[in-house]
Structure formats: C-alpha cells, structure tokens
Design a protein around this ligand. Structure first.
Ligand SMILES: Nc1ncnc2c1ncn2[C@@H]1O[C@H](COP(=O)(O)OP(=O)(O)OP(=O)(O)O)[C@@H](O)[C@H]1O
Ligand SMILES: [Mg+2]
Length: 342
C-alpha cells in the first residue's frame, strides 16, 4: 500500500493553507492521518476532551468537513472502503486478508487459519492463562512472510511483561533466525494511559514507517483500569477506550494489519460465583472482531471463542512450551466440544 503515504494534505481540494499548517502543527501529516482522526478529538476543548498539543483551533463543523474530505479522497484513491460497498466488493477486499499463525496448528484451525488482518483479536483470561505467551509467540510465527522476508511487528507493552529473551528462545526452538526476527519487533513500553492514547493516535505513522503487519497491545486496558478507578470516572474511561479501539479498527482496515489485544478479566455479577468475563464492557465487546477466552486446564490451555461473526461457539486445547504456543499432546489435541470442568 505504498500509495497511501503519497497522498498529501495539499492534495485535498479547497482547503486553505492556514488550515493545512494548523493540521500539521497538530501532528496530522497526511490525508491518511486526517481520515482516521475523530473530529471531536481534534477540536480544541471539544466534547471528546481535546488532547493538549494535538488539537486545532477551528470549529467542529470545519474539522468534520476536513475529515470527510480526507475520507473521500482516500475512498476515491481506493485506499479506504467507501461508506457503502456491494457484497462482492467486500468479498474481494476480504481476499486480501492475511492470517498469522499462533504457533499451534489446532489453535490456527480454530481461528480458521490464524490471527487475521483487518480485524481485532482479543485474548482474555486470568493471570497465567497464556495471553502474553501467545503475543510473544506471534512475534516469531508472524515474522515469516511468503517472500522469505521478515515481517515487522509492533509490540505495545503496558504491563512491562515483554521479554526479548522469550522471543529469542521461541525463535531458536523453532529453528528460525532469532537475530533477524528480534530486529523486526518494535517494542514500545507505556507507563500511563495518556501516553498509550497518544501513541495509538499516531500509530498509522509507525505502521507505515516500520511496515508493520501485526500490532500487539498487551494489555489494552490495564493502564486505563488502574487510573480511572471510582464509579464517577467509569464513563470517561470507557469513552477514552472507545476512541483508541475505533482508531485501531480503522488502522487495521486501512493498512491491512492484524491487531491483537489482551484484556483482563473481571467477576461477572450476573452469573455463577466463580465466573469471569472480559473487562471493558460493551465498548470492548463491540470493538473486537474475535474474542477468545483462555483458561488453564492442567498443564494445557483452553481457548474458547466467545464472540465471532463466523465461528461457531467452540474451543480448542493448546499448550505452552519452550517453542511458545504449540499443539497440546495428541490425546488432548482434538477440538473437544465435550470438555468438562470449566
Ligand atoms: N519458557 C516457557 N516454557 C514453558 N512455559 C512457559 C514459559 N514461559 C511461560 N510459560 C507458561 O506461561 C505462563 C504465563 O503465561 P502468560 O504470561 O502468557 O500469562 P498471561 O495470561 O499474560 O497473564 P497475566 O494476566 O498475568 O499477564 C506461565 O505460568 C507458564 O505456565
Ligand atoms: Mg500477560
């Protein structure tokens, strides 16, 4: 998609130069940046809670108009899907989907081929259920591409649990070039939610710069959850989460990248006493294309598809070893719909 970055703000018809320089000052460098912006967010002091240093002083209508122009320009150039597409066009677009292996063939089959581009895959589960291990394995398994080159991966680490040693170990155990793979994993450690929001706002630039094919956020919610405690801040937290999730969806679609998010669990008040559900409420539920719940089962792990547009509710076993994620032992590797004890 090299033409994406060729569209300059100056190419937009009928936009005054002073607005273009305002946009640039706000960190919007290209038509693509503008197209994925949220008008409320850009308008200084807008309801969306303008972000300092990233807002422009113009009224909301003007900004909405600019964003719309950018979207139209991208749609005309074939980069962004038009508001309406026919089913056959959607099918054609889905053919450009790429899938990345999780490291376990069974888990890949369960996901109909692996972690998918143009989509958000959410991994939820209790501590130690294997969320971060899947992320580390993906750094290695998603690295190989058809042309024999190594794909770049962006790893956003909010829990300080990214371990380069582990990526190295997984690559070595799989007989891959660990040194080269390690050079293609771009890690960014986040320490607060404002930093995460700012990074995701500018993520398009980094995806282009690093030619990333997969974006991992481990975890998407921990910083917001830790900072926005109390009931009175819940609405704001959810709104902020919504903004970054929508940005991620649009980036996934525009750049044909796969987005993998980990999420935490919370007690589910409406079901049994020990039942857990993914945190983040409806906002997370709506934003994620695939929702996978992970559970420990003895030494193995169970992945359960919670929400998917075209996967039946099902589950599969996998295990975690020196190689990262891999198939569970043969006797338990079958996709066992009658699994008991959970
Ligand atoms: N090198 C390794 N070899 C085998 N198993 C490993 C290895 N490293 C980690 N594990 C397994 O992975 C588990 C940790 O899983 P992981 O870190 O993915 O959990 P998580 O779901 O991310 O939890 P949290 O919510 O705490 O972030 C360990 O308990 C261990 O069982
Ligand atoms: Mg983890």
């Amino acid at each position: 998609m090299s033409h994406v970055s060729n569209l300059q703000l100056e190419d937009l018809p009928g936009v005054q130069p002073h607005l273009i320089s305002k946009l640039k000052q706000a960190g919007i460098q290209s038509i693509l940046d503008l197209a994925v912006s949220i008008p409320n967010e850009l308008a200084a002091g807008g309801e969306g809670g303008g972000y300092e240093g990233n807002t422009i002083s113009a009224d909301k209508e003007t900004i909405s108009e600019l964003v719309l122009k950018a979207k139209t320009a991208l749609a005309d150039s074939g980069t962004l899907i038009k508001e309406f597409s026919t089913a056959d066009q959607v099918l054609e677009r889905r053919k450009s989907l790429v899938r990345y292996s999780t490291g376990s063939k069974n888990l890949d089959d369960f996901l109909k081929g692996g972690v998918e581009s143009q989509a958000i895959t959410e991994l939820t589960g209790e501590f130690g259920s294997g969320k971060s291990q899947i992320c580390h394995t993906l750094c290695v398994t998603a690295a190989a591409n058809a042309k024999g080159q190594i794909n770049s991966i962006i790893f956003i680490d909010t829990e300080n649990t990214f371990r380069p040693e582990r990526v190295h170990q997984i690559a070595e155990a799989r007989g891959l070039d660990s040194e080269e793979i390690m050079k293609k994993v771009f890690v960014c450690k986040m320490i607060n939610s404002a930093q995460l929001e700012a990074l995701i706002r500018n993520l398009g630039k980094y995806i282009e710069e690093y030619k990333a094919k997969l974006v991992i956020v481990d975890s998407i919610i921990s910083l917001h959850r830790a900072e926005y405690t109390g009931r009175e801040t819940l609405a704001e937290r959810q709104q902020r989460l919504n903004v970054i999730l929508h940005k991620l969806i649009r980036l996934a679609e525009i750049y044909n990248v796969a987005v993998v998010l980990t999420n935490q669990v919370q007690a589910s008040p409406d079901s049994g006493n020990d039942s857990l559900k993914a945190a983040g409420g409806n906002i997370m539920a709506h934003a994620c294309t695939y929702r996978i719940f992970l559970r420990k089962v003895g030494r193995d792990r169970l992945a359960i598809m919670v929400d998917s547009p075209h996967h039946a509710y099902s589950q599969v076993r996998f295990t975690i070893s020196e190689k990262g994620v891999e198939n569970a032992q043969a006797k338990t590797a079958v996709n066992d719909g009658n699994e008991s004890g959970w």
